[in-house]
Design a protein around this ligand. Structure first.
Ligand code: AOF
Ligand code: ZN
Length: 370
């Protein structure tokens, strides 16, 4: 952070960050970037990464600004790109528009950029200030950063449970433990992730469609189902909608070839991943999803999958919905056994948000640095 950062700089960067968030869930494999162009204290251009990841944020804001970009300051939530893709680098676009100063939140770790954008801007005589609102940008771009630096998407785990941490009655009844507002929040969470993921047990028990509904959102996240043996009903909601909304099924090495063919036939994408003990290996699953470009994955259970993800320590964020109902020991626990005997072995998360949501409680947590 430079000493010459003003309060106005922070305000414009916060605006750019809020524009960037519009892209969350719909720009993968690219990051959701925001850009605000300011000339003499007036906003002359706003842009954010468009669905599918292109165009980038900067050319959109520059086009809006037109001639007013000359001598202006550009606030960008990520280092402008330096590489020639389908269009010239954004750094070049900022230079040729006559931008005088660029304020950035974060360096882009993509090896094609990685400081190269800043170098191009500085070589052209542009003042570059970086690190403005960096922590917030890092949180918003955690998915893209994870894909580039860890080779896998960030993972958010959702659990809706009773007061006593149960996710269903003994008979498997789980609809609905929480109220309509919490369920609407789940749909909003789905919409801001690239993919929604569940285990085979949940696919069988709940027969969900995993689509985003009731928010006026046209865009649908990819549905990912983990099924080692592909023993899922072909008449399920997921299977029946596979031609309309992407369905990716991760399976193990020994899944029957005729089942693989049947699922391909209904329009699903089949992904073979490595196994670990009696389940699919969580890291292999996420790496396969990262290879296909996913940056943000939202896991909706069930308890077996959630426990294996936590044990593999690949969960970045937790979103919990707690209802004021008690189901007792006969109810299904929210998590399967994790093999933890000592407290220090348990993955620990720090509280980010906690509030009432239509009579239930919403609590959000993020993994404490390991
Ligand atoms: C920006 N502004 O809005 C975005 C950027 O495949 P391409 O050519 O679209 O490039 C993708 C890379 O560009 C991506 O990995 C990231 O480094 C950067 N994304 N850059 O200047 C944007 N979305
Ligand atoms: Zn770019």
């Amino acid at each position: 952070m430079h000493s010459d950062i003003s309060g106005a700089d922070l305000r414009y960067m916060r605006l750019a960050l809020s524009l960037a968030r519009r892209g969350l869930g719909r720009v993968w494999p690219n990051p959701a970037v925001g850009c605000v162009i300011v000339r003499d204290g007036r906003i002359v251009g706003r842009g954010w990464t468009q669905p599918g990841g292109r165009p980038h944020a900067e050319p959109i804001a520059l086009e809006q600004a037109g001639a007013a970009a000359k001598g202006a300051t550009a606030y960008v939530t990520l280092e402008p790109c330096a590489h020639h893709g389908k269009t010239p680098p954004c750094a070049e676009a900022l230079i040729s528009a006559g931008i005088a100063r660029v304020v950035c939140a974060l360096r882009d770790p993509d090896p094609r950029v990685d400081g190269g954008g800043f170098d191009m801007l500085r070589a052209a005589g542009i003042t570059v200030d970086t690190g403005v609102c960096e922590a917030a940008a890092r949180a918003d771009q955690a998915g893209f950063l994870s894909r580039v630096t860890r080779g896998r998407p960030m993972l958010t785990l959702k659990l809706a449970s009773s007061f006593d941490g149960r996710i269903a009655t003994a008979s498997g009844e789980s609809q609905w433990i929480t109220g309509p507002q919490a369920r609407r929040h789940v749909h909003a969470m789905r919409a801001t992730h690239d993919a929604v993921m569940i285990g085979a047990g949940t696919a069988r028990d709940d027969d969900p469609s995993l689509t985003v509904r009731g928010l006026g959102v046209a865009h649908q996240p990819v549905r990912v189902v983990l099924s080692r043996h592909l023993d899922l009903p072909l008449g399920s909601q997921l299977a029946r909608t596979a031609h309309d909304v992407p369905l990716w099924v991760c399976h193990g090495r020994r899944a029957a070839p005729e089942l693989i063919a049947a699922w391909k036939g209904i329009g699903a994408t089949l992904i073979e991943v490595a196994e670990a003990q009696a389940t699919l290996d969580p890291v292999s699953v996420l790496t396969a999803l990262g290879d296909r470009g996913l940056t943000r994955v939202y896991c909706e259970g069930g308890g077996g999958l959630a426990a294996s993800l936590l044990m593999a320590d690949v969960v970045d964020d937790l979103v919990g919905y707690g209802a004021g109902v008690a189901l007792g020991a006969e109810g299904r626990p929210s998590l399967a056994a994790m093999g933890i005997s000592r407290l220090f072995e348990a993955p620990r998360f720090g509280l980010v948000e906690c509030r009432d949501i239509g009579g239930d409680v919403l609590h959000r947590w993020t993994r404490i640095a390991r």
